[in-house]
Design a protein around this ligand. Structure first.
Ligand code: NAD
Length: 437
C-alpha cells in the first residue's frame, strides 16, 4: 500500500492506512511565510504536497482537520478556508466518496463556497465546511450509529477551539444537530426546542424572490405576466411558488421527481395557474419549457453545456447550490446567450443568515434577517444582485466570475472586533500538538 498514492485510495483503504500507522488525528495547515502546506504527520506528506501544488481547489485554506472515530471507522473533518471576517462557518455533510482526492476536493470547494456566500451576505463569518465520511458497511438510518457519529463530531468541533462553527448540511438532520450541540457550543442550526432557528427554507425562498426582483429590475421588466418554471417542489420550491404568486406572476410550471411533492404542490396551488409534472431525474423537458424565469431548486450542476442550448428563459435564479456544472465556461455561455444568470450563492444565503446569528435571540420581523431581504441595505440580496449584474454588463464578464471577485474582496476584510482570530486559533492548535491530544 505504501507505494500507492494516498490520494487514489478509497476512503476505506485510507482509513485502514491511518489505523495501521497509528494516526487518529491529523491536520494540514497553510504556512504563509513558506507558502506551502504542512502536515501533522510525515506519513501524510504526500497530501500536503498535493495541496501545495493544486491550482484548482486549494485556495490557501488556513487549516484542514481530521479525526478517526474509535467506533464505526468514520472520518470526521473540518475544512477551514478563511477566517478574516470571523470564525469559519458552514454546515457538516454526511457523505461517502470514492477516493481520498474526491473527498478532499469536495471539502476544499465547499468551504471556499461558504467563504464567498458569507462575505457576500455581509455577515461576520469566515468560510468552512464539515464532512463526515459515512461507513458504507453500515445503515445510514441506524439511530445508534448516527447518535454516536454526531456526538463524536460535537466533541471534535469542541477540540478545534472555535475556528470552525458547524451547522446542518446535506445528509444531516435536526436530530443530528441536537447530538452535535450536546457536545459543543461551536454550532448553529440548533433545533427550535433548544432555542435555535429551525428550518431556514422559507427565508431561503424569500431570498430567491429578492434575486428575481433584482434581475427583473435590471432588465427593466415588471413581474406581472411572467411565466416561471420551478425545478424541485421541495422545502424551498413550494414556498417560493407561493411568494411568486403573491408578487403577481402569471403562471408557474413545476417539475419534480418525487410524486409526493408533485401532489403536495398541486393541492397547495389548485386555485392558481399552476401545473406540476412528475419527471425522471434525467428528463430535459424543463429546460425547453417556454418561460421567462427558470428557477433551479433541486440539485446542482443542472446548467451545463447540454442544457444551456435548450434554455428558452431570460433569467435563471434559484436556490440549488452549485447550479453551473463548470462555473467559468457555463457562465460565459449564459452571458453570450443573453440570459441573466443570478449566481446561487447570491440568493440562497438566507439559510446561513437565518442560523448565523441565532445566539443573539429572536424578535418578530427580525431586522437582522429582514435587512437581507430589503431593497435598501447595501449588502441585501437585492442590492448585491443588482451590483453584480451592473458590473457584469459593464465589464462584459459573466455574473459568476463577478460575484466571486466581489466576494473575494469582501472576504479579506477583518472582523471589526476580533480581527483575524481564527488563524490565531489554528496556530495555537498546531503549537499545542492538537493531533496528539
Ligand atoms: P428538498 O430536498 O426539500 O427539495 C428538493 C426537491 O427537488 C425534492 O422534492 C426532489 O424530489 C426534487 N428533485 C431532485 N432532483 C430533481 C430533478 N432532477 N428534477 C426535478 N426535481 C428534482 O430541498 P430544499 O431544501 O428545497 O433545497 C433545494 C435546493 O436548494 C438544494 O439544492 C439545497 O441544497 C439548496 N438550498 C437550500 C436551502 C434551504 O434553506 N433549504 C438553503 C440554501 C440552498
Amino acid at each position: 500500500m505504501a507505494s500507492q498514492s494516498l490520494l487514489k485510495l478509497s476512503t476505506e483503504e485510507f482509513i485502514n492506512y491511518l489505523k495501521v500507522n497509528g494516526i487518529k488525528r491529523f491536520y494540514f495547515v497553510y504556512d504563509e511565510t513558506e507558502r506551502k502546506v504542512k502536515s501533522s504527520h510525515t506519513k501524510l506528506a504526500e497530501i500536503a504536497e498535493f495541496l501545495s501544488g493544486d491550482k484548482r481547489d486549494f485556495i490557501k485554506h488556513e487549516g484542514l482537520f481530521f479525526q478517526l472515530t474509535d467506533k464505526y471507522d468514520c472520518l470526521l473533518s473540518a475544512f477551514v478556508h478563511k477566517t478574516n471576517r470571523g470564525q469559519a462557518a458552514g454546515g457538516v455533510r454526511f457523505w461517502h466518496y470514492n477516493s481520498v482526492e474526491e473527498f478532499i476536493r469536495d471539502g476544499l470547494r465547499l468551504s471556499v463556497g461558504m467563504t464567498r456566500k458569507n462575505a457576500l451576505a455581509g455577515v461576520w463569518w469566515g468560510g468552512g465546511k464539515g464532512v463526515v465520511i459515512h461507513n458504507q458497511k453500515l445503515n445510514k438510518k441506524d439511530a445508534e450509529y448516527r447518535k454516536y457519529i454526531y456526538t463524536e463530531y460535537g466533541k471534535f468541533i469542541t477540540s478545534l477551539n472555535g475556528c470552525y462553527i458547524t451547522a446542518e448540511d446535506v445528509g444531516t438532520n435536526v436530530e443530528d444537530m441536537r447530538n452535535v450541540f450536546s457536545q459543543t457550543r461551536f454550532t448553529t442550526c440548533i433545533p427550535h426546542d433548544f432555542g435555535g432557528s429551525g428550518n431556514p427554507s422559507v427565508p431561503t425562498a424569500r431570498g430567491v424572490v429578492a434575486g428575481i426582483k433584482a434581475a427583473l429590475d435590471f432588465r427593466n421588466e415588471p413581474i406581472g405576466n411572467k411565466i416561471v418554471a420551478v425545478q424541485g417542489l421541495g422545502n424551498v420550491g413550494r414556498p417560493l411558488i407561493k411568494y411568486l404568486f403573491d408578487e403577481g406572476v402569471k403562471k408557474i410550471i413545476g417539475f419534480d421527481v418525487n410524486p409526493d411533492n408533485v401532489q403536495l404542490a398541486e393541492s397547495e396551488f389548485e386555485n392558481y395557474d399552476f401545473t406540476a409534472s412528475l419527471v425522471k431525474p434525467d428528463d430535459l423537458s424543463i429546460y425547453e419549457t417556454e418561460c421567462d424565469i427558470f428557477s433551479p431548486c433541486a440539485t446542482g450542476a443542472t446548467i451545463n453545456k447540454v442544457t444551456i442550448p435548450k434554455l428558452k428563459c431570460k433569467i435563471i435564479c434559484g436556490a440549488a447550490n452549485n447550479q453551473l456544472e463548470d462555473a467559468d465556461s457555463d457562465g460565459r455561455l449564459l452571458l453570450d446567450k443573453g440570459i441573466t444568470y443570478i449566481p446561487d450563492f447570491l440568493t440562497n444565503r438566507m439559510g446561513i443568515v437565518n442560523c448565523a446569528n441565532e445566539q443573539y435571540g429572536f424578535v418578530d420581523n427580525d431586522p437582522a434577517i429582514e435587512k437581507h431581504l430589503s431593497k435598501d441595505w447595501e449588502y441585501s440580496v437585492y442590492q448585491m444582485t443588482l451590483n453584480v449584474l451592473k458590473q457584469s454588463e459593464k465589464e462584459n464578464i459573466h455574473t459568476a466570475a463577478i460575484a466571486n471577485k466581489v466576494a473575494d474582496e469582501l472576504s479579506e476584510v477583518d472582523h471589526p472586533i476580533f480581527g483575524h482570530r481564527g488563524l490565531k486559533i489554528i496556530k495555537s492548535l498546531v503549537e499545542n500538538n492538537w493531533e496528539k491530544n
